[in-house]
Design a protein around this ligand. Sequence first.
Ligand SMILES: NC(=O)c1ccc[n+]([C@@H]2O[C@H](COP(=O)([O-])OP(=O)(O)OC[C@H]3O[C@@H](n4cnc5c(N)ncnc54)[C@H](OP(=O)(O)O)[C@@H]3O)[C@@H](O)[C@H]2O)c1
Length: 249
Amino acid sequence: MDVTNAEQTTVLITGGNKGLGFETARRLGEQGWTIFLGSRDEGRGRTAAAKLIAGGANVVMVPLDVTSDESVANAVRLVREHTDWLDVLINNAGAPGKIIAPAEATVDEIHSVYDTNVYGPIRVTHALLPLLQAAENPRVVMVSSGGSSFAVVTDPGQPVSKMHELAYSSSKAALNMITVRYAQALPNIKFNIATPGEIANRKFAATDMNNHTGQLTVTQGTDSIVRLAMTGTDGPTGTFIDRLGPVAW
Ligand SMILES: NC(=O)c1ccc[n+]([C@@H]2O[C@H](COP(=O)([O-])OP(=O)(O)OC[C@H]3O[C@@H](n4cnc5c(N)ncnc54)[C@H](OP(=O)(O)O)[C@@H]3O)[C@@H](O)[C@H]2O)c1
């Protein structure tokens, strides 16, 4: 792993108030990085930021709802008050949606999941591109899912192949393609995809999103995210990994 841990390193994490986003913030804060902790709810964000600051991290709480243009614009303004560049953007905020059988799924339900999981990362990335372009080695990490992979979903041995729903898996599949397209078009920024689980072992990380049924800790779950966030200048772009290595598309 390439490691970049200059004290001036800045990172913005969406959905940083709990779960994997919070753990990512904690780990990168330990590196001495400046953490812009995105949280759509100010109160939850302040509580989370206070915990990290008490642990010695350098944290700025940023109110940020990824489904709102106005909220994203305000977040960029706030980040600009503290820095002229952004080294790393982690698009972590995600919505699971309700697990509705395909026959019952409606556009409304799918739209709300896409708003967070697809349009959210585009909205935030687009707004932060100028600050990313101003960094020496800018990196964008998209937090996807094993369920985004055609190879995984069509493997009968994978539990997700029997989980019948449309919104979540297809939103994350779209996110993967969007990431690859960004990577191809913007070679000076590294765009990579992390999934928090261990695909080969059919494991995922225990968080509120899965009612803590995951078999991995949040620290294990964030290994792939932290690894991509710390990618050096010679690191990859347009890749998809879990904590064990490359994931099949
Ligand atoms: N846990 C796993 O093993 C696993 C597996 C595959 C993928 N993932 C992905 O990992 C990411 C983090 O999930 P998690 O497991 O840590 O779940 P989590 O504990 O439920 O955290 C989700 C985070 O996203 C935030 N969020 C949701 N909608 C948002 C919005 N519109 N704007 C801003 N923030 C929003 C939540 O904020 P609130 O607190 O305000 O709700 C929360 O901070 C997600 O993208 C998820 O799809 C997780």
